[in-house]
Design a protein around this ligand. Sequence first.
Ligand SMILES: [Zn+2]
Ligand SMILES: [Zn+2]
Length: 221
Amino acid sequence: MWKFILFALLFSPMLVRAQASAIPADQEAAHKVVLKNEFVEVMHVTLAPGQSTMLHTHSHDRVAVNLSESTVSEDVPGKRPPRTMVTSAGSFSVQACAKQGCTHRVHNRGKTTFEALDIELLKRPAGPAASPVAAPAAESRSFRVYRWALAPGDSTQEHTHSRPYLIIAATPMQLLMKAPGGRSMDHLVKAGDFHWIDSKVTHILTNNGKESGLIIEVELQ
Ligand SMILES: [Zn+2]
Ligand SMILES: [Zn+2]
């Protein structure tokens, strides 16, 4: 018992200090806020080889979409050893951070620049829940994630988004978006390009180029 108290006295101030020194994710130097509205905050994360973020906290439910092939490790205070991950463009993770916060530090251990888009839910937009537009690649209480891997000439099925969503290019692509009734838009998108849409949309996405491409849609629940 006394040993335990001594242990707690010795180590708890360190733990408190470690937590207190974490800064909010959107104030961390590698995180650049690229969109913030009432509902979402989107940050573009860039880490050069060998570079590390400062200890930071994500305080909202989030989806992190990787845009690069990189080797990174993640330090979570109180958890040893650091976890090493190999990312690829279009791999992603979904994390619930709204209740307790997610505090970590990320190190780029590889030879390529690590790039990711971090999407955080600030507030659920009003309106009823909707059924999935297709089989989600992942789902949480806050998000549905759809992952469209499109070979040259391939199209998604026609689908309707009734909830606000973000469309994200995880790789470069010549992207053709067709709406029923004939309206279509043809864009050369690059990795990390994204768009926030808060109106009801029915569309078909087509890879109109010569290279395979990957589109991620993150829909708010
Ligand atoms: Zn982070
Ligand atoms: Zn869609």
